[in-house]
Ligand binder design. Sequence first.
Ligand SMILES: *Cc1c(COP(=O)(O)O)cnc(C)c1O
Ligand code: SF4
Length: 531
Amino acid sequence: MDTTETRTSVARSGGSTDPFLNLRDPAKRLGPDGKPAVSRRAPIWEDVPDEKWNDWRWQLSNRVNTLEELERVLNLTEDEREGLSAPDKFRVDITPYFASLIDPDDPNDPIRLQVIPKGQELRAFTGMMEDSLAEDRHSPVPGLVHRYPDRVLMLVTTQCATYCRYCTRSRIVGDPSQNFNRAEHEAQLDYIRRTPQIRDVLISGGDGLTLAPKLLESVMRGLREIPHVEIVRIGSRVPVFLPQRVDEELCEMLAKYHPIWMNLHFNHPNEITPEVARAADMLTRAGVPLGNQSVLLAGVNDCVHIQRDLVHRLVENRIRPYYLYQCDLVEGAGHFRTPVGKGIEILEGLRGHTSGYAVPMYIVDAPGGGGKIPVMPNYLISYSDHKVVLRNYEGYITTYEEPTTYTPHDSASCAYCRSPRPEPGQEGITGLLDGKKMWIEPAGFELTHARGNVEAHRLQDPSKWVAYGIGAIEGRAGAPLPVLEAGGAGSGEVPGRGEAGGGAAAPEYGPGEEPRPAEGMPSGTANHELL
Ligand SMILES: *Cc1c(COP(=O)(O)O)cnc(C)c1O
Ligand code: SF4
């Protein structure tokens, strides 16, 4: 609804005193006919009765997927014809509701780019991988990804309401013959039951909200019967592609299994329609806090102004921007990728300029399965033993004086510190700061691989996540890099790395013994005067 429409709605309510009609609430917006606002329908569906159009089952069974059908909805480009004609492409399927949001004559429509394949997606690129997050390597049972100590990703289905061309899980998503069923759900639940450190379960897929309602409820119930599962999160794009699915029945079912959180997936303000506003309102009223995860996509939302409008429309609907993901190195996504600098620029354009609630965290999901890595613009410029140098969103630089009297936390008398850690590996970076360690290596790293041989560490299972290397430096293209044995056998092939490689000499000091700059020597600190 544009401003003129809002004004007309406000004018229409003029004079009515009771009850108060809140026309600023996007879930209550009215259309020109005075009825709840609806979004546009493509001409081919104009005659579909409302009961059918608003029925999620009708939307699902009338999805468009062939060149012939899409031709009746959009004016297709040559590139799209090539993409739609490719035999082995990632599945195409679009709900009539979502397809109707596309401007049929705009080849660069941001919704269109996300769901209509282009010939370009068939092209390989340097660094491309099939399973770029190495999820299969972190799967103890099919469909369960256990990467972090206290939480798991539970893939309950391979089906979605509509398919995104840049899908990070395109290796498994979309194929109806590869779906997960009750037996797999039972195996997943069984793993969670046997793993008491799991306190947070993320239901994803595919899209869990496309499961048959009974099956979805049996998964929810199965999880809620496990006492150590504290929160359940659902990651879903159904409210975006198929807001009709969010009905009273779904909300009542979910509310039985609280605490439940939900992350949605909007990439562009055009996706936030009156139907979406009502669906989000219903979920929020059912007590489900809503977040949003976007993917930074070239041509779709690689613009600070689009992103600012998107996050404003989200918070207006009580959806909290959670993550903005850098596009993964996945097959089919090459033409969507942006430099990381673009994401940093967007974050700088949001932080401070708009509500903190509206600012997502910018994440690069580590290729090879290291998990999510936040990327922040630089606000902490420097610090000494007593002063921190900071800059604000305008470029204003200031200092924060550290306290001179700070009694360190007494971990010996702190009950939280003394309670046993549920799993190892939580010391993290503090060992480095304490001077107990000079570096951190994954468990077993030193035993099996020459120190510093980063390639050998990363390539333990070359079949799963070696970059294809298309267009890579001559001599390395396509071939996995050699995995070094302890003692440096074969290490000559990776020159300049590690002790055995004959490159840099081993340091003469041990962990915690690194030399300090002598008194009066420059320490390399910038912003000298401020410090
Ligand atoms: C994203 C993800 C999570 C959840 O990460 P949060 O940062 O807690 O949102 C958990 N497991 C896997 C495998 C993931 O990819
Ligand atoms: S909704 Fe999610 S899982 Fe489904 S195709 Fe899109 S990105 Fe992939």
